[in-house]
Design a protein around this ligand. Structure first.
Ligand code: FES
Ligand SMILES: [Fe+2]
Length: 370
């Protein structure tokens, strides 16, 4: 006879991460070093740099960086620090013929090469040609600028195989798109709570009626890894009930929904009608994250339809998720919480957390400094 007690014990449940992953400032500090500084992070959109000399600064992994367009039209990224005595070079955004440090006016060209500085020629042995701003690995991904602070980082195609090609297929006018709007908000939770919530739809039916009863067919929703991308796929329904007009026959993908989450903190989403929108997250502290919802149109042209969609999304899905993730963060601080088991359905599907398991494996690896 089978001993039920014994056979039950043999199955080991996969548990969610220890709460300290989400609450311990020391863990967050380690992630900044090992994860944020070694992964592809979204910097901005190339349309922010229209002319040679245009630049904008931003922060990744606690470091200030800036992107600048060179005379050759190429976009480069540098650490925002002068190689003399470490003053910051630029603030915000603007246009400059040369990059002049505000401290002692050492002057760099747009390629980051030191060109001149007061009294440098009088210094015996001083060779300006050997001094250059520290550059940062940069990739332009259909107009989206990504940077990686690790000079040896593998290209995005290795991290996120096929995403570049698939995205172009889902959004035929992708390379002409410009941001129309970036809606920015802050969530009082660890960045991992936010991206885990983004990466499962086990919570959708109960919490996102607009999303789950509208365009997607929940029973077909699935999320699977594709390198370090988590790819969301679903069949659609009720295209005629959408809140904006969709011509599903306009092209091969006009009636489809899909999403590509690029580990650790960016996601491309395409709604029916080839409507591109994005999420990106920037961690502010162990328990605070900034979220940006991006909406795009050809040449950034004004569109009441896209603005209405952005508004509706902000008032429903985004708002609903804020309440969830902030409650989870409070719960992770509770003395009464032990890491609970993930719901892993061997057949995957919408009511399974297999995608959270994958994410948490990456999170564990990052915590080990791998
Ligand atoms: S620190 Fe930049 S010129 Fe001195
Ligand atoms: Fe959600």
């Amino acid at each position: 006879m089978i001993n039920m007690a014994e056979s039950k014990e043999q199955v080991e449940l996969v548990r969610s991460l220890d709460p300290a992953f989400y609450t311990d400032p020391e863990h967050f500090r380690r992630e900044t070093e090992s994860l944020f500084a070694n992964t592809w992070q979204f910097a901005g959109h190339s349309s922010q740099l229209a002319e040679p000399g245009d630049y904008f600064s931003f922060e990744i992994a606690g470091d200030s960086l800036f992107c600048v367009m060179g005379r050759d039209g190429a976009i480069r990224t540098f650490f925002n620090v002068c190689q003399h005595r470490a003053h910051q070079l630029v603030k915000g955004s603007g246009n400059a013929r040369r990059l002049v440090c505000p401290y002692h006016s050492w002057t760099y060209d747009l390629n980051g090469q030191l060109r001149s500085g007061p009294n440098l020629k009088s210094v015996p042995g001083f060779d300006a040609d050997t001094i250059c701003l520290t550059s940062v690995k940069t990739e332009i991904f259909h107009g989206f600028i990504f940077v990686n602070l690790n000079p040896d980082a593998k290209p995005m195609e290795t991290w996120f195989p096929e995403v570049r090609r698939e995205l172009a297929e889902f959004v035929p006018e992708l390379d002409k798109l410009r941001p129309l709007q970036w809606i920015e908000l802050e969530e009082q939770c660890n960045w991992k709570v936010a991206v885990e919530n983004y990466s499962e739809c086990y919570h959708c039916r109960l919490n996102h009626p607009t999303f789950a009863n509208g365009v997607i067919k929940p029973e077909t929703y699935d999320i699977q890894p594709q390198g370090y991308c988590l790819r969301h796929t679903t069949e659609c329904q009720n295209l005629d009930q959408m809140s904006y007009p969709v011509d599903a026959d306009a092209n091969a993908r006009a009636g489809d929904y899909s999403s590509w989450f690029l580990w650790p903190m960016f996601s491309f989403q395409v709604y029916p009608g080839n409507v591109l929108n994005t999420y990106h997250w920037r961690p502010l502290a162990v328990d605070r994250v900034r979220v940006f919802r991006g909406w795009y149109t050809v040449d950034g042209a004004e569109s009441e339809v896209i603005r209405a969609l952005a508004r509706q999304d902000r008032e429903t899905t985004v708002e609903e998720d804020i309440r969830l993730v902030e409650s989870v963060q409070r719960g992770l601080n509770s003395r009464g919480y032990r890491s609970g088991p993930l719901v892993l359905d061997p057949n995957c599907g919408v009511h399974s957390e297999h995608s959270v398991r994958v994410l948490q494996q990456w999170m564990r690896k990052a915590a080990d400094g791998r």
